[in-house]
Design a binder for this molecule. Structure first.
Ligand SMILES: Cc1cc2nc3c(=O)[nH]c(=O)nc-3n(C[C@H](O)[C@H](O)[C@H](O)COP(=O)(O)OP(=O)(O)OC[C@H]3O[C@@H](n4cnc5c(N)ncnc54)[C@H](O)[C@@H]3O)c2cc1C
Length: 430
């Protein structure tokens, strides 16, 4: 079947500054493995790495290259937790699974930093925490509640009053908030490439420029067809998140994907670097249509925010980000701007990651609500653990049989537009 040969890596700050990844030539011919993974982002690569470490034969296929999707384009903020606060998770999942899920979510950043250390991944890791500044008094109450819930469970977090937050941010724009010291930041594409190199070193094979075009059951195994050949595997993991296409019928309706946009300055002069986030924390604020920002290794200021369903970045969105940056930090008026780029984030109907069993030995793991640096890495390991024999009741999240699609998925573009407008209005009055 004809198809695209390779998706070139779109330009971004991360593409310009990451060390090269391992060779990942397109698949040519037929390959037989224990496990085939579609998608070479954090989910697929971590799954492959853990499986290969335990002697499983694994092939990872990606239409682009390792880190081509959100994993190579994100803000690099390594934040533990899920969309819901610990008390809500425990109420929702009950006394057995609830605490297990909270513990898993609370430790999510640990796995990222452990992998970086264990595999010597050069991705500029900084672990000085994550700030969530509150944009309104009502938001302050809610983020303080979040901090209190984590503190009750022994997490290294603290509530910050207005002046401490202003000092840590170097901006007077907020009215307090909290710090989660379990968190940190990384160069995201360098992390993805490092995971890929680690997986290859353990025996996994990775084929870039290899779109999976069909997946079908043949007697006791799965056959994945690609333009240059096919893979036969006992088990298939679909790790395609916001870039999920029609490979498996209906899976694209499991998530709603929207684009998040980022813009970065050129390296700032020392005077500005010292005044902005002097502790080098990452920050994402409490708005519904949030702003997230940080400095990188070379003192560039990077800011991101939610955009539209369209993949083609609109210049007005980047201008909005630059304006938001100047509102937070008036001193950036003199800064020169460099790269801007975008990528897709994926939301699920219940705002939780989904582990979906779509057939015998065909499992999808996706849906991180824009918070997947830590969570996708962890879900990759959960998928590997399951294949290596972990019992379902030992997993932090259930593997659910079948699809959990968004009702009215075909209306996603206008719905996203309206919801974003409505949320922006609430944020303004909030
Ligand atoms: C701009 C932006 C900023 C973000 N900032 C943060 C942040 O600061 N902190 C945070 O925690 N999270 C952030 N996120 C979210 C985070 O990046 C994602 O949740 C995470 O990277 C998802 O990883 P993944 O491996 O599941 O998917 P991806 O990295 O998106 O990988 C999916 C891969 O599947 C491949 N694929 C799809 N279909 C096929 C097919 N048929 N055949 C072959 N290959 C296929 C794609 O090419 C792609 O490479 C951000 C996301 C974006 C886009």
């Amino acid at each position: 079947m004809p198809g695209p040969v390779a998706l070139p890596l779109p330009p971004s700050l991360w593409a310009a500054t990451a060390p090269p990844g391992p060779a990942a030539p397109p698949l040519a011919g037929t390959l037989k493995v224990d496990v085939a993974v579609v998608g070479a982002g954090y989910t697929g690569l971590t799954a492959a790495l853990h499986l290969a470490e335990r002697g499983t034969t694994v092939a990872v296929l990606d239409a682009g290259e390792p880190g081509w999707g959100a994993s190579g384009r994100n803000g690099g903020q390594v934040i533990p937790g899920l969309k819901y606060d610990p008390d809500e998770l425990e109420a929702r999942f009950g006394p057995e699974q609830g605490p297990r899920l909270v513990d898993f979510a609370g430790r999510a950043a640990d796995l990222v930093f452990d992998l970086i250390e264990r595999h010597n991944i050069a991705c500029d890791p900084v672990r000085t925490g994550w700030l969530q500044p509150a944009h309104s008094p009502a938001a302050r109450v809610s983020v303080e509640r979040r901090a209190a819930q984590w503190a009750r469970r022994g997490a290294d977090v603290a509530v910050l009053d207005r002046s401490t937050m202003a000092e840590m941010l170097g901006s007077e724009a907020y009215c307090g908030g909290w710090i989660d010291r379990r968190a940190g930041n990384i160069q995201p594409l360098a992390f993805a490439r490092g995971l890929a190199a680690a997986a290859v070193a353990k025996g996994a094979v990775i084929h870039g420029g290899t779109p999976a075009q069909t997946v079908r059951r043949e007697e006791r195994e799965w056959r994945i067809e690609t333009p240059g050949g096919s893979v036969l595997a006992g088990t298939v993991l679909l790790c395609t998140n916001g870039y999920t296409d029609r490979l498996f019928p209906g899976l694209e309706r499991e998530v709603i994907s929207t684009n998040s946009y980022q813009a970065a300055t050129r390296p700032l002069p020392e005077r500005l670097r010292a005044a902005i986030l002097p502790g080098r924390q990452a920050a994402s604020d409490s708005r519904r249509v949030l702003l997230y920002y940080r400095l990188d290794r070379d003192g560039r200021f990077i800011i991101g925010g939610r955009g539209t369903a369209a993949d083609e970045p609109a210049p007005a969105l980047f201008e909005r980000l630059r304006r938001a940056a100047r509102d937070l930090y008036p001193q950036l008026a003199e800064a020169e701007w460099g790269n801007h780029w975008s990528g897709r984030v994926a939301f699920t109907v219940d705002h939780l990651p989904h582990l979906a069993e779509l057939g015998p030995g065909l499992i999808a793991g996706l849906g991180y609500q824009g918070r997947g640096v830590a969570m996708a890495t962890n879900i990759g390991k959960v998928l590997a653990d399951r294949l290596l024999g972990a019992r379902p009741e030992e997993l932090p999240l259930p593997i659910v049989k079948g699809l959990r699609p968004f009702p009215g998925h075909f209306l996603r573009a206008p719905a996203l537009y309206l919801i974003t407008r409505w949320y922006r209005l609430l944020d303004m009055v909030g």
